[in-house]
Design a protein around this ligand. Structure first.
Ligand code: ADP
Ligand code: ADP
Length: 228
């Protein structure tokens, strides 16, 4: 469902972040992306959700070459990918309910559908009772659960999560992983960059290591493989 063919990314200042990456990610995979800081992990993720464009090479998502998408098709492409960040990125002045339903306004859902689906995902992340709170009133783990609810509200086929547990303590991180596992179990592909060795080593999913802009390792039931 996601395929990269010899993808290169050179930033305008000349930094070569990726230097010929080819990979295939199947529907319903759970993929960990590991590797040293500066290796190219975030760039790899950004290319998938089209925040950055490759300098060279092809990227396919659900059979579409995302470089060739017509401008008017981009919103449809984006709704198919949910993104989760280390720093949550909730809108601070909107309530939890509004943060989630706002993501549906972008796709012009009708108000009744929006309400039903927002309550459904709030239920899934166990935050129904926080619907009217502001993000600043929630703990880090709760804020990340809101961000995950927002990421899945449009039923994407893929979730891209860039260090989603990076700001959370170990117990809270495990809660987030259980939630992502549940979402994966329900049929969503998950691609997650992480420096969390315990999580990668305990989950035994597919692991790719990016080093120096290249895929250095790709294992079906992999481990973290670094000492840091
Ligand atoms: P990682 O996520 O593994 O830490 P990144 O993909 O963020 O790696 O970065 C890969 C390389 O590209 C690094 O050398 C980084 O400094 C550089 N880089 C990332 N973003 C930019 C940018 N917007 N402009 C220039 N260089 C960048
Ligand atoms: P319906 O089509 O009836 O709205 P859905 O397939 O949207 O049903 O949802 C069925 C259940 O699965 C709901 O509890 C919903 O929250 C959950 N769900 C649906 N899609 C996803 C997804 N991509 N990730 C996680 N949970 C999902």
């Amino acid at each position: 469902m996601i395929e990269m063919q010899d993808v290169w990314k050179t930033y305008p200042d000349g930094t070569q972040a990726l230097r010929g990456v080819s990979i295939q990610v199947d529907r319903n995979d759970f993929l960990y992306v590991v590797g040293p800081s500066g290796a190219g992990k975030s760039t790899f993720m950004k290319l998938i959700y089209r925040e950055e464009r490759p300098t060279k090479g092809q990227i396919f998502v659900n059979g579409f070459n995302i470089e060739k998408l017509k401008q008017r098709k981009i919103p449809y492409f984006r709704r198919n990918i949910g993104v989760v960040f280390q720093d949550f990125r909730l809108l601070p002045k909107l309530t939890i309910y509004e943060n989630i339903s706002f993501a549906m306004e972008v796709i012009e859902a009708n108000p009744k559908q929006m309400k039903k689906r927002t309550m459904e995902v709030l239920e899934l992340v166990k935050l129904r009772d926080k619907a009217n709170s502001l993000p600043g009133q929630l703990s880090g783990g709760e804020q990340q659960r809101v961000a995950i609810a927002r990421a899945i509200v449009n039923n994407p086929s893929v979730i891209v999560a860039d260090e989603p547990t990076g700001n959370l303590d170990p117990d809270t991180s495990w809660g987030i992983m259980k939630l992502l596992e549940e979402i994966n179990f329900r049929g969503t592909t998950i691609i997650m960059a992480t420096h969390n060795r315990d999580i990668v080593n305990n989950m035994r999913k597919r692991v790719i290591a990016i080093e120096n802009g290249l895929i250095a390792r790709d294992e079906v039931r992999g481990d973290y493989g670094y000492e840091d």
